[in-house]
Ligand binder design. Sequence first.
Ligand code: ADP
Ligand code: MG
Length: 369
Amino acid sequence: MHTKQEQDAHNIQPSSLPISIAGVTKSYGPLKVLSEINLHIRSGEFMTLLGPSGSGKTTLLMTIAGFIRPDSGSLKFGDEEMILRAPHLRGVGMMFQNYALFPHMSVQANIAYPLKIRGEDRETIKARVRDVLETVQLGGYGSRRISELSGGQRQRIALARAIVFKPKILLMDEPLSALDKNLRELMQLELRTMHEQLGMTTVLVTHDQREALTMSDRIAVLRSGKIAQVDTSEKLYSEPNSEFVAAFMGESSFLAVDADGALFGFHGRKLATESVAADATARHFLVLRPEKLEFITEEERPSYNSFEGTVEKFLFQGESCLVHVRLTTGELVQVRRNLRESNKSVLPKVADQVLLGLHPNETRIVTGE
Ligand code: ADP
Ligand code: MG
């Protein structure tokens, strides 16, 4: 005999499941939309699929949801293979831009829908809808009609409907892209907080790198149906593995550098870096993030990789300034300085000759085309 407590302990279900994608491939005619995708998403992780339009993000998400069947490969939730399972039997919550609410129905009826089709009883449905409306901060809105709500409120209701049946996996495709900037940023924080509270495994699709950096535990960057890099926000930003990823993750200039064995040179001057050269046929580029470049003095030069140039433009941009510097070797690079932290007297003016410093720890070299 088991005590009641032991039985309860047995009944505790995990609130999330890991997702394992292995060798997933999908073509439409000659177009290979997903090519040998391998990705493990940890239980409870917030993973973002980030990439330019047409890179295969939606196709990959729809494959996880079950609306697209790949040509080959495996998809597991926990230990269970999902490839042949119908979407409504996968138990995932979904929030898509075009996954519309029923406009003629009340908020209550919209949110109750997933519970109804799962055969929950009326009392349970009532309690769950009330709870989830609190979660999305729309407590008391149950009897409103969808047509009476603002865009932001509708997105919250769509989210409530996606999570009301306590899915272990939540999938979202560009859920905030229709909202204006302020509301979008607010909803990003709220989604993140909700994820921390509820803990389901979450996969978000976006083409907005800032949104990805803000929200994710890890980001998978897609390019032409392949995964270019999977890493935390910090790592993707500071250690991109390619020119593509570096260019996609924020502002940067790229300088072509020469690889000579394990050493890199820029116009014959050796660069101090921990990056290592790829094979001899690859082209290498130095990644220059505007905020990592500093204006240095001749005395400071030995601790930096340095570049001489002339200021072409000086742009005030509120809390920071952007300085365009033409290097003596011909390339144009951009330097961003925070105006609150910088001593304004040391900032250069247009036509000034300057010395730019890049610390060896910030000197990142990637391969590109
Ligand atoms: P993303 O969401 O990253 O913008 P998608 O996954 O929607 O990209 O699409 C990836 C590529 O697959 C695009 O080139 C798109 O035109 C193509 N594609 C998507 N769905 C179909 C389809 N049903 N038939 C033919 N081509 C498609
Ligand atoms: Mg898409």
